[in-house]
Write a protein that binds this ligand. Sequence first.
Ligand code: FES
Ligand SMILES: [Fe+2]
Length: 372
Amino acid sequence: MTTFVKPSVGTGAKTLPSAWYISPEVFAAERERVFGSSWLCIGREEAIEQTGDFFTTFVAGESLIVTRDAGGKVHAFYNVCRHRGSRMCEQPSGHFRGSIQCPYHAWTYGLDGALKVARNMAEVEGFNPAEYPLHEAAVACWEGFIFVNLDKREPFEQVFSPLIGRFARWELASLRTARSIRYELACNWKLLFLNYSECYHCPLVHPQLDKLSPSDSGHNDLSEGPFLGGYSQLRAHGMSLTMTGHSTRPPIGSVDGADLDRVYYYTIFPSLLLSLHPDYAMVHYARPLAADRTEVVCAWLFAPSTMEQPGFDPSDAVEFWDLTNRQDWHVNELTQRGVSSRAYTPGPYSNAEGLLSAFDRYYLGVMGARES
Ligand code: FES
Ligand SMILES: [Fe+2]
């Protein structure tokens, strides 16, 4: 197993050396040490509301079938038949009528993963179907989000203890996705997390955002570990982050008081960005495709009672953040190009970039980087 050396930062924190953003070797190690052993958010429970609803997803190079059994339990099965290993399900989403059948020789599994039917196998001496359930990843549902972990060692409740109950007032589990947009970025996934964690860039890159929320109004309440973030202030009471700066929607959940004038931003290592507005929530689901390519799905969530109102239109929020997202993606891609240059050397973080050095510290710890 490769041992990576922790970069020496001298006085003050600096950005990471370029290999951490461009090297295929680092990317391969991340697949095991980060994505192969962390709790990863793969979507919302609302996508598989009924028994047998399913979607497929990729994590750490593995195809998973995510479905709900008759008891309401969510499973994430490896998309690998226990007979001769065929991938079983090719559709991105759909509905199983009570069972999952392999298209090759029709071995058939229950929605709980148990092997139910294996044609002609009763004649095979010593064959016991109970020994061949589908392999499955660990699954946890939190605030309506589905998380999976290919490594079953760390209980979700233990890792997520700083977040459990923390967002109760937004009642995130009750929200529904009104819109989502998929982006593909020509940059390393970590640049997305770093960019999200500072507003040093906001006055230049996001003039529209800066008009609604001062870039220096940030206050961090989680500043070390796998979850980082805090809030920024809206410029005036009654505002939200929309194209007009205002919203006619009521607050979500029981959001009240000072939270009506704030937007909270959190990075949830290594797969989710959570942005809580007074009247909606926005999430970014991030997934690395290569050292220099990242898929991001941005989704906008609202209260069902608001979505049921005649004339409900989320476009004011969606357009605002689609614009802001694209502004961010552009600087992330410029950074990827710059850090790939032979001229690049680590640069010093500003005082407004404390979360970035905290992210780097946590990440290097997960990667097992050693002091030189
Ligand atoms: S490989 Fe699936 S039934 Fe044969
Ligand atoms: Fe930004």
